[in-house]
Write a protein that binds this ligand. Structure first.
Ligand SMILES: Cc1cc2nc3c(=O)[nH]c(=O)nc-3n(C[C@H](O)[C@H](O)[C@H](O)COP(=O)(O)OP(=O)(O)OC[C@H]3O[C@@H](n4cnc5c(N)ncnc54)[C@H](O)[C@@H]3O)c2cc1C
Length: 227
């Protein structure tokens, strides 16, 4: 890949090809295009990024077909409808989770979800990717306060928008964690609406309901499977 980039044959600013198996035998999802230096908040940047990314798809396809074993007769089955934006704005909530909480396996009394993915910084400026594993127990708590606004009392903010620093976000943004946080925010909102009480007054009920729905909140809920 480095040789292809140096010779100008590959115009994708990435240092590796990433692809994953999916539910269809013989198909992989290629997660390798990258457009840097764009703001996900500006329409003109997104339009330009779309054009660049589509060129990269065909550039990568030809590179993989010609250079990677197993891809000789590969075809492109589908291209994403819209460019993905890794990071834009987030809530600054009643608590801001940061990388020290993640790396130190933080535990909180109002934990409503857990995360375990490494810190995974995709540089917005160049082709690099830096990864740092969550050591120790290998997972950290996400407190309900990260989902709660300081100013607006009756909303929860979930998925990739909850309150976490840039480096913390590099771990929390992954889909399983976003789903766990979404589950927590939904349950919290439903219980607050039903009881007409503030979120922070019903933390035990939120946690009990989540656990009854098989959410992973306590250390004892974590099942480590060795492949
Ligand atoms: C290029 C890229 C690669 C990634 N790779 C991985 C990976 O390999 N593994 C991984 O786990 N994660 C990966 N992620 C991260 C992960 O996909 C996202 O962080 C996660 O999906 C965010 O989930 P979400 O529910 O918060 O937001 P989204 O999945 O963005 O969902 C928000 C939804 O809200 C909808 N919406 C927006 N505005 C409105 C509106 N006004 N009304 C109604 N609906 C609206 C949108 O259409 C969208 O469907 C990647 C992200 C990017 C950008």
């Amino acid at each position: 890949m480095r040789r292809a980039r140096e010779s100008g044959r590959l115009a994708v600013p990435r240092d590796r090809v990433l692809f994953f198996g999916n539910t269809r035998p013989g198909q992989v999802v290629v997660n390798t295009t990258r457009v840097t230096g764009c703001s996900g908040l500006r329409g003109d940047h997104l339009s330009e990024a779309m054009k660049i990314a589509l060129r990269q798809v065909w550039n990568l396809y030809e590179f993989m077909r010609d250079e990677l074993p197993g891809f000789t007769r590969a075809r492109v089955a589908r291209i994403a409808d819209h460019i993905g934006v890794r990071e834009t704005r987030r809530l600054i909530g009643r608590f801001v989770l940061d990388e020290r909480d993640l790396l130190g396996n933080a535990r909180f009394e109002d934990a409503v979800a857990k995360g375990a993915f490494p810190l995974d910084i995709h540089s917005p400026a160049d082709s690099s990717l830096t990864t740092e594993l969550i050591g120790g127990a290998g997972h950290y708590d996400i407190p309900l306060r990260c989902l709660l606004s300081k100013e607006i009392e009756n909303i929860t903010v979930v998925g990739k928008c909850f309150s976490v620093t840039h480096r913390g976000f590099s771990s929390t943004r992954v889909m399983p964690t976003c789903m766990a946080v979404g589950h927590a925010g939904g349950v919290a909102a439903a219980l607050a609406a039903r009881t007409r009480r503030d979120f922070q007054d019903i933390v035990p009920a939120i946690r009990d309901t989540l656990r009854a729905q098989n959410a992973i909140i306590l250390d004892e809920d974590v099942v480590v499977e060795t492949l």
